[in-house]
Design a protein around this ligand. Structure first.
Ligand code: MOS
Length: 735
């Protein structure tokens, strides 16, 4: 066995296909006789449809059919259940009735012979509305109707209020984060084809198994008749986890019309019907004793949700366990606004939650006149107080130390505005990061072929993160075959059931199943080799070793394994992981950890704010591929900078319609906004309690805490504590 392939900085095996344009995304499939669908979207955020006149639209060139609530086929709402793998955040089906719950809701669907004709005809659909007063923001919703507490994810231990009252040092502050919209490069799209009651659909999806099961539930058919495909995805950040209305629209139109239909969601619609991170309002109260030991933490949050479904942003998800403290309360609640239904966005709960918590920790350290790193170390814990269990593997202290060392934290002058470089005031801030280490049951198939290649298949996906590559590395590790002789098949629900590409679950779930299947395939090969009449007919299989494509008998001869497969088509096996147990029942809490250190520069003369450099030390278990892992954290840091300084979906407070619903006005960091250096330190301690590979998953942790680290650095430079994201230069110009 070659150990070195696990952890190696291998380039993406799917890179050439992407660079050469051979990688085809959901809207790059053009089945014969395909028609194109384009939505007509509500121009009001609340009210009723008074009338829809399609007569003029019908006369436009190429129009085939126009659907709306008067003629759309009857379908079934899918249950939203992780256990049944039919999760859907907006359970309302498109065109269910004439009620408008949010701006941009589908009110009609035009199907035409070309994309251009469908889009053009959509403008001729005449929809008249009876508007009512929309609720346009979280604060307005709270004022008007208050919030509803969430039943789930609440936590209380000890006596947080009593301990707060009697403590000598305390802070209380409220933090807010705005609606943020996922903006993956690839637009959402569905290409659906029915054939004799069987459905094949290409969907920009982070979970083909869930997509298959959810569409099966909605259309009331056997999931076995559906093939959901998502071979390549131009990222998703959570917006492509579950089925949204456009997929139902395209699939239904295709069935009604008896021909393939493609629907690509235009960018502006991705601000309304495919989810967003909700707005949050979070009240933090922290108290310590005279030594700086936390004695009380409470974190009470509310988030915006739609009038259609309830989505809870679990802002307190890290607060209950990140620091050692006996008196802790976490509550979450929701308030309804006339917006589409929110959904998971990279590190849901933790990203806004740790902005609030890690800002509050900085404020508490300041109140104690303590260094913020020293304050965190003082309150370090190796036990998850919310579950009263030890963490399975924690190296947060080392993350603090190595990050601080690399950054030069010991040279920080704590005095506000004291560090300068030319005309700029420098600010140094830091924050902890934290995320769940989750996993779900997974299956995989590995086959060794007589032509010297191996095939591996699993119904998981690569959302641009490196899944193809690390699955190939896992097979290479067991078989010794080079990566270019391993064919990875993922992104198709026809393969053995695999994990969603979300929640940082895919690696920790899929790789152990792949490893298991690869081992069994090698066993199968050895079985063939020792059959009657085979090369090692009389040998016992445990005397045979397999390495680099060669079978060797202990103290005897070696054979290329392909010779053994002559006459046998494949040495093939299925593997699985976590199919039986419930990890929550065992004795550990599984989480990942890390720390960000950030330098910002504030030039008051020209009101310029820049993030100069970031050092992040990350503890996520075994690193499978140093290159793709580093890349994940770098991307998350950029996204965290976006969260800190730029991103906010703005709604017109009169109409409730999103205003900056395009790439030009929804501001994300460009290269010019990026730090001169991002240093990612991967600690690389395998977590063998989670799985045999020691892998936890790395997709989300890098964004957690990042906005707080920036805000804390801004405070250090300017003395301005910005508690409402994004931080705008106007906040810093105020005197
Ligand atoms: Mo992630 S928000 O689970 O794609």
């Amino acid at each position: 066995m070659s150990q070195s392939i696990i952890g190696a900085a291998k380039p993406r095996v799917d890179g050439p296909a992407k660079l050469s344009g051979q990688a085809r995304y959901a809207a790059d499939h053009f089945p014969a006789n395909m028609a194109y669908a384009y939505g007509v979207f509500s121009t009001i955020a609340a009210g009723k449809i008074a009338s829809i006149d399609v007569s003029k639209a019908r006369q436009q060139p190429g129009v085939i059919e126009i659907f709306h609530h008067g003629n759309f086929p009857h379908l079934h709402r899918s249950p939203s259940s992780f256990a049944s793998q039919t999760k859907v955040d907006e359970t309302r089906l498109p065109f269910e009735d004439d009620t408008i719950y949010y701006g941009g809701q589908f009110v009609a669907l035009v199907v035409a012979d070309t994309f251009e004709n469908a889009r053009d005809a959509a403008h001729y659909v005449d929809v008249q509305y009876t508007p009512s007063e929309p609720v346009t923001s979280l604060s307005q919703a709270l004022q008007k109707n208050g919030s509803k507490p969430s039943e789930k994810n609440q936590h209380e231990r000890g006596n947080p209020d009593g301990a707060y009252q009697s403590a000598p040092h305390k802070i209380e502050a409220t933090y807010t984060t705005p609606v943020e919209t996922h903006n993956p490069m690839e637009m959402h799209a569905t290409t659906a084809s029915w054939n004799d009651g069987d459905l094949t659909f290409y969907e920009a999806s982070q979970g083909v198994v869930f997509a298959k099961n959810t569409i099966a539930a909605i259309f009331g058919i056997n999931p076995a008749r559906i093939d959901a495909r998502s071979p390549y995805i131009g990222s998703g950040f959570g917006s492509k986890l579950w089925i949204w209305p456009h997929a139902v629209c395209a699939t239904a139109a295709s069935r009604e019309l008896g021909r393939p239909v493609q629907l690509m969601v235009p960018r502006h619609q991705m601000f309304t019907t495919t989810g967003h991170r909700p707005a949050t309002q979070q009240k933090l109260r922290l108290a310590t004793d005279d030594d700086g030991k936390l004695v009380s933490i409470s974190h009470d949050s509310v988030n915006s949700t739609s009038f259609v479904n309830r989505y809870v942003e679990t802002c307190g998800v890290c607060t209950s366990s990140l620091y050692g403290c006996d008196n802790v309360r976490v509550t979450e609640g929701t308030a309804q606004v006339n917006q589409g239904t929110p959904t998971s966005m990279r590190a849901p709960g933790a990203a806004p939650g740790l902005f609030a918590l890690e800002s509050a920790i900085d404020e508490m350290a300041e109140a104690l006149n303590m260094d913020p790193l020293a304050f965190r170390k003082k309150n370090y814990t190796e036990r998850d107080g919310s579950q009263d269990k030890p963490f399975s593997s924690i190296h947060l202290m080392e993350a603090y130390d190595r990050g601080a060392e690399k950054f030069g934290w010991s040279k920080r002058d704590p005095e506000i505005g004291s560090m300068r470089n030319g005309t700029e005031i420098l600010g140094w801030g830091m924050a902890a990061c934290n995320w769940d280490a989750l996993r779900q049951s997974s299956h995989a198939r590995v086959a060794l072929r007589a032509d010297g290649r191996a095939m591996v298949s699993c119904a998981t996906q690569d959302i641009g993160t490196g899944t193809y590559t690390i699955i190939a590395q896992t097979v290479a590790d067991i078989t010794g075959l080079p990566l270019d002789r391993i064919d990875v098949e993922i992104g198709d629900s026809a393969y053995p059931s695999g994990p969603i590409s979300g929640g940082s679950w895919a690696s920790a779930s899929a790789l152990p199943a792949v490893q298991n299947a690869a081992r069994k395939a090698v066993d199968q090969l050895k079985g063939f080799a020792t059959q009657d009449g085979a090369t090692y007919a009389d040998a016992s299989t445990d005397k045979l070793s397999f390495d680099n494509g060669t079978l060797s008998l202990e103290g005897g001869e070696s054979t290329d394994y392909t010779a053994v497969l002559k006459g046998q088509r494949l040495a093939e096996a299925f593997g699985e992981a976590y199919t039986g147990g419930d990890e929550k029942k065992d004795g550990y809490s599984y989480r990942s950890f890390g720390a960000h250190f950030v330098e910002i520069g504030w030039d008051p003369g020209i009101s310029r704010l820049r993030v100069h450099r970031v050092v992040s030390a990350i503890d996520v278990g075994q690193i499978v591929n140093e290159k793709t892992a580093t890349n994940q954290v770098e991307g998350a840091i950029e996204m965290g900078i976006g969260m800190a300084l730029f991103e906010a979906t703005e709604y017109d407070h009169r109409s409730g319609m999103p205003v900056n619903n395009n790439y030009a006005e929804y501001v994300v960091p460009t290269h010019a906004d990026s730090p001169e250096s991002i240093d990612v330190v991967l600690l690389d301690y395998p977590d063998y309690k989670l799985n045999e590979l020691g892998v936890r998953g790395i997709g989300e942790i890098g964004i957690t805490g990042m906005a707080a680290a920036v805000a804390n650095a801004v405070y250090h430079a300017t003395g301005k504590r910005v508690r409402d994201l994004p931080i705008r230069i106007e906040d810093l110009m105020r005197t």
